[in-house]
Structures are given as C-alpha cells and as structure tokens.
Design a protein around this ligand. Structure first.
Ligand SMILES: [Zn+2]
Length: 384
C-alpha cells in the first residue's frame, strides 16, 4: 500500500517565516494535487519547546549557522522556529489537511533535534511512525516537503532504512542551500540509499495509465498483463529477484550453465533466483535469498555479500526488478547443481580469461544472459 508523508509544511518554513525555505510555498500545490491519490497521508511537524537546543538563542555567544554539539550529536544552530503551539508551527493555511490521518511531532525534546520523522538525530527515541505505517500495511512511502537537505533527506533515508520502498517527489521539495551544492549532495545520497526520485506529474500520469491494467492470463508462476495496448509478464510467486556476482579468492568468477526452456538451449548466467518464493517464506530477506541461491546452484558459501545495485532485466517484457549482489570470500561446501533436477553446471573462469571464454561459448551456440554483462559492469564499477 502507498502512503504519502508531508514533511514540515509549516508556516515558519515558508516565505515570511522564521526559518523560511526559499520558494517553500511552491510545494503546497503539489501536496494538494497528490493527496486524493493516496489511501494514507501523514504529516510531520517540527514542534519545539522554547528552550530547544537547536535554537541559537539558547546558546549565549553563539550565532545562527554555528555548529555545536548537542548531547554528543553535531547540531547546526537555527533561529527560533516552530515553537510548539505558535503560529509558525501551524501547517500552511493553503494545505489541504482533511485527509491527513495523523501528524507526528518531532524535536520535542530540548536536548536533541530531530530531522527525521522516524527518530531523533541521536537515534535514541523512535517517534512510532515506522510501526504506525507497517501496522497499516504500507509498503511504498512517498515523501515531499521541507527542507530537502534536512528533514526530507533524513526522513527519506530512514524510510529506506526501515525497509519501505521510498519515493521522493522532487517537485514537492525545496532546499535551504545555505552552502551551494547541499541540495544536490542530499539528492545523491538519497539516491544511493535506494530512494527513487520522481516528478509528481509523471507519477500521476503513469498512475492514470496503470488504472486500466488488467490480467490476461494467470499461471502458477506468472501473470500475463495488459496496460493500455501493452502486454507484459509479472511474477506472481516472488517478492524479488537476486543476481549474484561471485568471485573466488584467486579472482575467478563462478558462472552457471543450464538448459533454459524459453530458449530451447543452454545459457551461461550468474547464479540468480527468486526471493520469497517458498510457501511460508514470503518475508525472506534479499541477503538470505542470495546465500541460499548461491549454495543451491554452485555449492559455494560466501563470507561477504554486498548489494551492488538494482536494475530491470527487460523493461518492455516484464515488471521485474533485479537486485545485483557481489559475493566474496567463497568457500565450496557442497556440490551445487541446483534444486529439483535443475542440472546446473558450475564454471570457474579466471577474470583475465573471461572475455575469450564467453566468446568461445557463444560461438558454440550457448546463450549469454544480459544479467551477466550487467553484473560484470556493476562489479567492475565497485572495485574502481
Ligand atoms: Zn527544528
């Protein structure tokens, strides 16, 4: 389920307010336009006591913009803002508020600031937002508000860390940019953490198109779907797909070769598999699936597993997204070969010999998976 989180759309952060974000008022229209399309909407409120430690006025001799430590946590000093129950702390008058299910207050403890709507900057106290969203079945969290590089950034990063698929409406955010480049750096950091950026207009138009989506046929593992004039396949029995780039201590890649029904011939691939496809195991974590598939298919156990990136294997054919992992510190503990008579053949190919080896296999009529080429690129980028 989708939920929309409106971050700090309060008077003090709007033009004319005590801590005004330049053009902060421009995000209200996006917030109002999006609200009718979300089944659950929550707002966050910066809600400080007058003696809050983030106020420069509470640090004699200090000025706004100074950097201090607050109970061991780095803190930028701000002008007095969003003092609880004051006009500045109220939500923007032009914001539609009837559909907001709940507001979460943050920064209520004078000893610590709280940029994230989930927990304070010292990560000591949780606001309960994470449990609130999970209890209501929220899987995808859409974030907008003020300011991009502070409360929006911290909230989006925590949303991803708490396990929500997290989206940022980029036209629904504005930044302070007290140092040039702050906003760009925050956007890049969010992107690295898996937060997806999207324009509200794009999301709304794609949503409209998705409304006429229908199922043409359903099998045990796949559904054939139609959206407008487009037909594509969707998995019905898994929560994700992992591809694993395994390298041995002497720098050889572990590849697998197996007969693939759709092709009618054999194919060379990196080990890969579905996540959460075993009955009763719908909540399987990606990393667990990586270790399980690697063991089943190749017989190798990995000391280290690391996410390299996410990509889509065939955007026109399927809605599938693939998470690509690197596996190192390999130790062979079983024969491999796959489950249920998959008859997987395992190849160890030295990095330096890989290109020629793949070309030769290709010439023999063996197919090469696109995920192999993609995985190699992601792994290569990682080692640079
Ligand atoms: Zn504040």
């Amino acid at each position: 389920m989708n939920a929309l989180i409106l971050v700090d759309l309060q008077n003090d952060f709007l033009p004319g307010g005590a801590l005004a974000v330049p053009r902060g008022d421009e995000v209200i229209a996006a917030a109002n336009r999006l609200q009718p399309h979300f089944p659950l909407i929550v707002a966050t409120l910066d809600w400080h006591p007058p003696d809050h430690g983030s106020f420069a006025s509470n640090h004699p001799g200090r000025r706004v913009g100074d950097r201090v430590e607050l109970d061991g946590v780095p803190q930028v000093l701000w002008p007095d803002h969003c003092v609880r129950d004051s006009h500045g702390a109220r939500l923007a008058p032009s914001l539609h508020t009837l559909s907001i299910a709940r507001a979460f207050c943050k920064g209520v403890d004078p000893r610590v600031d709280s940029y994230s709507a989930f927990r304070d900057n010292g990560r000591r106290t949780d606001t309960g937002l994470g449990d609130y969203l999970r209890d209501r079945g929220v899987t995808d969290l859409f974030v907008l508000g003020l300011a991009t590089e502070y409360c929006v950034r911290a909230t989006a990063l925590d949303a991803a860390a708490y396990g929500f698929a997290t989206w940022l409406f980029e036209d629904g955010c504005r930044g302070v940019e007290s140092r040039p480049g702050d906003v760009a750096a925050a956007l890049a950091e969010m992107e690295r953490a898996g937060v997806r950026r999207i324009a509200s207009k794009t999301w709304l138009s794609e949503r409209d198109r998705g409304a006429d989506r229908s199922t043409l046929a359903s099998g045990r593992y796949l559904r054939l779907m139609r959206s407008g004039r487009w037909e594509y396949a969707e998995r019905s029995n898994a929560t994700g797909v992992v591809v694993i780039v395994p390298t041995t201590v002497d720098d050889a890649f572990v590849l697998i070769e197996q007969y693939r029904e759709p092709l009618g011939r054999r194919c060379i691939e990196f080990p890969a598999g579905l996540v959460g496809d075993a009955p009763g195991d719908e909540h399987e974590e990606l990393i667990t699936a990586v270790r399980r598939e690697l063991m089943e298919e190749t017989g190798f156990a990995a000391a280290d597993v690391k996410l390299l990136g996410e990509a889509v294997p065939s955007a026109g054919l399927t809605s599938e997204r693939v998470a690509v992992f690197r596996a190192t510190g390999l130790c062979r503990v079983a024969a491999g070969g796959g489950a249920d008579g998959e008859l997987i053949q395992v190849h160890l190919v030295a990095r330096g010999a890989l290109r020629e080896w793949l070309d030769r296999r290709r010439a023999e009529g063996i197919e090469i998976a696109m995920s192999l080429y993609g995985g190699l690129w992601l792994a290569e980028r990682e080692t640079r």
